[in-house]
Write a protein that binds this ligand. Structure first.
Ligand code: NAD
Length: 497
């Protein structure tokens, strides 16, 4: 007589997964389990709330996250550079494998931006630099040899924006772990669920491959209190914040060293000496990218008067839709809120978050316009001091301003950039104009005859990162950004000649 035992599927899955994780050193990291978007758990894992064997980087308490990250940092140190290389590859492979799914999940949570570009930003993680950026600087002379090494800080506290939550977290992990650090993230409250989900998947894969569980920790849910706790925690040696003026100010006031990737409002100058069709195509590509959420994205364009009509006609050919003055007025009323009681022109306008990063159709409705399917971007002629010129609005609407001279265009561009020293673009074949604009604006990124994304290696030369340390001057972040330089000196007759 045979008896059938009750089968506990969850238990079997756990046992199988445990056995596989012990055996699975050779398993490719990209083959990590799919995630359940509802709870962020890998498919087949126990749902949130049930007992877990580990936290895999997700902590409710910021201090516990910092302590766990510190333990992980010590474990990583034991694994040498080879361990860092593995982590970098795991993160890149997971972003590649999950790009479509994670792009959709991030868009569903934040409701800002475009799916095609969210996916592209995850696929693009493959190009983020790793340990190869850490070549030491060596000297050898009559008095011996000296080596300057790029050493880790330990634990880094990182803040990520709503505009690219998982991509910023992923490239932060790649750069920071390549440099030998562990991280604790405080994500944006409107974009943290997707970040928590991705952090869990990263940590599980890292744990499977290297046995380190909490290398990239995240606080769930993030709050201002959890930011303050991270900033104060003794294990946290460095902050890296990516966001607007508020978080930059908070990081600078923390007393910790802070790398600040701050706000921008990038202007474009078109002087008519280069191809206007190319200039228009580049401007539409950059400003429409993820519905103009990029901090480097073209936000206002200054065009020399004789070329204005031809340039705006080219914008239409490139997927732009021209709004009338009345439509711009309606859109402006919907897009900006003047705080009550301050009187027209007195109060500082606040961007209406409901229109940030929304599709051109949404903006067109607010403007009272009917636009053809496939429209990439709205545009219109405005005055140089229009709100859309002066504020970092992050919407797929571009104000185009007529200027009489290059000098006037540069002066308006400089004023509109607001001293952020972030990014600027010029379309020109006149080297003197290029140099004059570069000198006047002093931006971190200056792109000539390309879309803004060319500044991050997409159509131009160079590597990418979603943290561009403008405010504090480190530039486009890479692994070296997250290191301390330590000098090792040997005094002896060590030369072999
Ligand atoms: P945001 O400033 O609203 O938020 C950014 C992050 O900072 C979030 O995690 C938020 O929770 C946190 N934060 C905000 N105020 C804080 C405070 N006082 N204390 C502690 N944390 C605080 O910005 P956002 O809307 O998420 O992103 C858009 C902004 O970020 C734009 O200004 C854009 O230019 C900038 N940005 C810059 C870069 C860069 O590399 N320089 C990259 C992406 C975005």
């Amino acid at each position: 007589m045979s008896t059938s035992l009750p089968v506990n599927e969850a238990l079997i899955r756990d046992v199988v997964s445990e056995v596989l994780s012990r055996l699975g050193k050779g398993a490719p990291p990209a083959a990590a389990p799919a995630v359940n978007p509802a709870c962020g758990c890998p498919t087949g894992a126990k749902p949130a709330g049930a007992a877990r064997r580990g936290t895999f980087g997700v902590f409710q308490n910021a201090d516990e996250a910092c302590a766990a990250a510190h333990a992980a940092y010590l474990q990583l140190s034991e694994k040498g550079v080879a361990g860092r290389v593995k982590v970098v590859q795991i993160v890149k492979d997971l972003c590649f494998a999950h790009a479509k799914e994670w792009g959709r999940i991030e868009l569903e949570e934040t409701k800002i931006g475009r799916l095609d570009h969210k996916i592209e930003k995850l696929l693009g993680q493959r190009g983020i630099p790793g340990v190869e950026f850490l070549n030491p600087y060596g000297l050898s002379g009559d008095h011996g040899i000296t080596l300057e090494e790029y050493a880790p800080f330990g634990v880094i506290g990182a803040v990520t924006p709503s505009t690219h939550s998982i991509p910023t977290m992923a490239c932060n992990i790649i750069s920071m772990v390549a440099a030998g650090n562990a991280i604790v993230f405080n994500a944006h409250p409107g974009a943290y669920k997707c970040a928590v989900m991705a952090a869990r998947v990263f940590n599980e894969a890292i744990h499977r491959e290297l046995g380190i569980e909490n290398l990239a920790c995240i606080v769930d849910p993030p709050t201002l209190d959890s930011f303050n706790a991270i900033a104060k925690n003794e294990h946290v040696r460095l902050l890296c914040v990516t966001g607007g003026p508020g978080v930059v100010k908070a990081a600078m006031a923390s007393g910790k060293r802070a790398i600040c990737a701050g706000p921008g409002n990038p202007p474009v100058l078109v002087d008519g000496t280069s191809c206007l069709a190319n200039a228009a195509r580049c401007v539409v590509l950059g400003a429409a990218y993820d519905n103009n959420l990029l901090c480097i994205g073209e936000k206002q364009v200054f065009v020399l008067e004789p070329y204005f009509d031809k340039f705006t006609a080219e914008l239409e050919k490139a997927g732009g839709y021209r709004l009338t003055d009345a439509q711009v007025e309606r859109l402006t009323k919907a897009a900006f809120v003047i705080p009550p009681g301050t009187g027209a022109g007195c109060g500082h306008p606040v961007v209406n978050r409901d229109l940030v990063g929304r599709d051109p159709e949404v903006l067109a409705r607010a403007a009272g316009a009917n636009i053809p399917a496939g429209t990439q971007l709205l545009f219109a002629e405005t005055a140089p001091d229009h709100l859309f010129v002066d504020e970092e609005q992050m919407m797929p609407f571009l104000p185009i301003v007529r200027v009489k001279t290059v000098e006037e265009g540069i002066a308006h561009a400089k004023r509109s950039e607001r001293g952020y020293k972030h990014s600027a673009m010029i379309h020109s074949h006149d080297v003197a104009n290029m140099t004059a604009m570069a000198r006047a604006l002093e931006t971190t990124l200056f792109v000539k005859n390309g879309a803004c994304v060319a500044g991050l290696g997409n159509g131009g030369e160079g590597y990418a990162n979603f943290s561009i340390a403008t405010t504090t001057g480190e530039g486009i972040c890479n692994p070296r950004t997250f290191t301390r330089v330590r000098r090792c000196v040997m005094v002896d007759k060590l030369r072999i000649f």
